[in-house]
Design a protein around this ligand. Structure first.
Ligand code: SF4
Ligand code: SF4
Ligand code: SF4
Length: 413
């Protein structure tokens, strides 16, 4: 039996129940206080000074934008593809400067805030939009059409937010073996509310949205849902990335500064492909929690223990993706006692954020030759207590993962 078979079987069974039944006192007892283990490679050692130095400072934006740029206003488009709207709202985090963005730019499209139709964009000259900021993943035919249109019309495309950069939570739907048909069937027929609705109003003939409908007034169409959710750069060429769910104020300030410096002073933009508003180190380097590299002998969730406010969450048995996540948010979640879920994505050196996090966690199991107090079965038991491993390690990055989708094994298991 392979590791994964054993992992899966364990996950279905007693280990999960046993975990849920533990009291918080018992859980705390099982998180061993053993600081002998060497620091895993993913986390370098840190001091308070190094943590302070690692913080991402907001860009100095100076005074409010000083009227129109010397060569006239730039054209700015802001578009959301498969997005929740949070990224659009986060743009307001430039505070009072949002009032003077209109001095710098003609906003030619921003569906959440201003009018601006597809045909308006289609009629513009190619390359005449200076900057398009696009959030959201590409999950349907309308998303694809619009991002390709904006790419054609734009000199610069910014891939904004975790969904656009890595697929984000929409790309977790790539794990549904039956693709869009299974997704629609579940959403419109199987959830309790829709099942009741179909039973009450369409008994025996459930209604699922169609891509075309002939109404008395004419043909109505809906975008075609895709089986696979894609990241923006899997569909169009992208110039810059700003990660985060949503990007935080510090990161946004660096994007605005780059655009404003370019528009007003002709300052060259960062090199194509750059990620704006992050540091080169991992989140652990900007997290103020003390790291003791204790052994993991039990995995817990924050609500199951009294979280020590100063100690690394991993040292307390709480899985944290900080070692596998690029620094940019100044450790917002871990400062608040919640583990990092990785919304800023991996560092440039890492392709697979989930695998990188697993590697960091694996280095904390006491399996080293000189202190092997735990065998493979124990590790499987511990890891099996993670209720949704793929959802945990790939909450934001499934679209970029080497794991493309889940498949159904022969026999339907
Ligand atoms: S990255 Fe987060 S805030 Fe932005 S659209 Fe996706 S889910 Fe919403
Ligand atoms: S709490 Fe998370 S981010 Fe902070 S030091 Fe520990 S592993 Fe790193
Ligand atoms: S701590 Fe992690 S999940 Fe929280 S905002 Fe920062 S990168 Fe995102």
């Amino acid at each position: 039996m392979s590791f994964f078979d054993r992992f899966r079987n364990k996950n279905k069974g007693a280990a999960v129940k046993a975990s849920a039944a533990k009291t918080s006192a018992a859980v705390k007892k099982e998180v061993k206080k053993d600081s002998k283990q060497a620091a895993p490679a993913a986390c370098s050692s840190k001091t308070l000074d190094s943590v302070a130095a690692a913080q991402l400072q907001p860009a100095d934006l100076g005074e409010l934008l000083p009227g129109a740029p010397p060569n006239g206003k730039i054209n700015l488009a802001i578009y959301w593809a498969a997005a929740c709207g949070g990224c659009d709202v986060s743009l307001l985090d430039v505070n009072e400067r949002i009032l003077t963005i209109g001095d710098m730019a003609n906003i030619v499209m921003w569906p959440i805030a201003a009018d601006g139709k597809e045909h308006d964009i289609a009629e513009m000259e190619d390359g005449s939009i200076t900057v398009s900021i696009i959030s959201g993943a590409v999950r349907n035919s309308e998303n694809e059409h619009m991002v390709k249109l904006l790419r054609k019309k734009s000199a610069i495309v910014v891939c904004y937010g975790a969904c656009a950069c890595f697929g984000g939570s929409p790309s977790l739907a790539n794990l549904i073996p039956g693709g869009k048909d299974e997704l629609l069937d579940y959403v419109y027929r199987k959830t309790p509310t829709t099942a009741n609705f179909q039973e009450d109003y369409h008994k025996g003939k459930p209604v699922i949205p169609q891509t075309e409908f002939k109404a008395p007034e004419g043909k109505l169409t809906l975008p075609v849902l895709y089986d696979t959710v894609k990241t923006l750069d899997q569909v169009i060429d992208v110039d810059y990335y700003v990660p985060g769910c949503p990007p935080l104020q510090e990161s946004i300030s660096h994007l605005l500064k780059a655009v404003a410096d370019f528009a007003y002073n002709g300052v060259p933009l960062p090199p194509k492909g750059a990620t704006v508003g992050v540091v080169t180190k991992t989140l652990c380097d900007m997290c103020p929690r003390r790291k003791e590299y204790r052994r993991i002998t039990k995995i817990v969730e924050p609500h199951e223990i009294d979280v020590d406010p100063d100690l690394c969450l991993m040292d307390q048995g709480i899985l944290c993706l900080g070692p596998a996540t690029v620094g940019g948010c100044n450790a917002r979640c871990t400062r608040a006692g919640q583990p990092c879920r990785g919304c800023y994505g991996p560092t440039v050196a890492v392709q697979e954020q989930g695998a990188s996090a697993l590697t960091a966690i694996a280095s904390l199991f006491p399996v080293l030759d000189d202190d092997a107090t735990m065998g493979e079965d124990s590790i499987i038991d511990i890891m099996s207590t993670i209720k949704d491993p793929l959802g945990y390690f790939y909450a934001y990055t499934m679209g970029k993962s080497l794991i493309k989708r889940s498949v159904t094994e022969k026999g339907g298991k």
